[in-house]
Design a protein around this ligand. Structure first.
Ligand code: CU
Length: 292
């Protein structure tokens, strides 16, 4: 009896060491750098521990019964049906567990949808297969494309550290500021997913979904499209650069200058084109006049 108890203790300690391994970084989901990502992480761990406790309890009773009441020891099966008490217990206990877990999950869902008082609003549009970002208050707009060299993708060159997780134009946001995202799509369904920011938001054509984040640590955070959107689904990564307030202001003014310049170039080209059309029309009118 003592020997089988030792084995049981050994079995459960192995189970708990497996739990500890899952809680280590790299295997588990990231803790992230936003209040929502922290909340999601804690909820995930709470659910995980509840699942572990249920697993250990259920399999513990099962294994104990298999050993203790085995046929070679002369155990005989009991014959009973429809035990009302047991049936109530195995309905009420899971319901209670689900209700208890639903409370923090609902609170977090409410937080995720609270996009009030945002300092910056960025419209994010998914395309096959790139992202477009529009800073609505700053008048900045650009496409963000995969920048991994084609040779790496075709196995003609060794793969870089950030293979398929690098872009030409990253999103830049200031640290400790609430950033509101308006997420939509131009063609098929995509999903804007950056695990360390605690954001995974569907991008649906014809709909605008809202989400938000406050990054509390400067750094570079990477994500990908999280919705199977076609043949190049794996080739539309996301990069967010979280910088200081001053760096963000510098970045904004530099991009606004570029936008102004390109707007000026466009206006110049338009007026030149208009002038050319007017010249042509005048020339044609003179010709008609001479003929008559
Ligand atoms: Cu996509």
């Amino acid at each position: 009896m003592q020997k089988s108890m030792t084995r049981l203790v050994l079995f459960f300690s192995l189970c708990f060491s497996a739990v500890a391994a899952y809680a280590t970084p790299g295997i588990n989901m990231p803790y992230g750098v936003t209040p929502v990502s922290h909340e999601i992480y804690h909820l995930h761990m709470a659910c995980f521990y509840v699942c572990c406790a249920i697993g250990v309890g259920t399999f513990g009773v099962l294994i104990y019964s298999l050993i203790k009441f085995r046929k070679s020891k002369g155990a005989e099966a009991a014959h009973f049906h429809e035990h009302l008490g047991v049936e109530i217990l195995w309905t009420v206990i899971p319901t209670l567990i689900l209700v208890v877990l639903a409370i923090p999950a609902t609170i977090i869902l409410k937080d995720i949808h609270n996009t009030e008082d945002a300092a910056i609003t960025i419209k994010v549009t998914g395309y096959q297969w790139k992202w477009k970002y529009e800073y609505l208050d700053q008048g900045i707009s650009f496409f963000s494309n995969l920048s991994t060299p084609q040779d790496q993708i075709n196995n003609k060159a060794p793969k870089g550290e950030w293979y398929l997780l690098e872009v030409d134009n990253p999103v830049v946001v200031p640290v400790n500021e609430k950033v509101r995202l308006l997420v939509t799509s131009d063609d098929v369904m995509h999903a804007w997913w950056v695990p360390e920011l605690g954001v995974k938001q569907d991008a649906i054509p014809g709909f605008i979904n809202e989400n938000w984040f406050i990054a509390t640590q400067p750094g570079t955070y990477r994500g990908q499209c999280g919705e199977l959107c076609g043949v190049n689904h794996a080739f539309m990564p996301i990069i967010i650069k979280v910088v200081s307030q001053d760096e963000f202001k510098t970045w904004v003014s530099a991009h606004q200058n570029v936008a102004d310049q390109s707007q000026h170039t466009q206006m110049l080209a338009l007026s030149q084109a208009n002038a050319a059309i007017l010249k042509k029309q005048n020339h044609h009118a003179k010709k008609v006049e001479l003929r008559s």
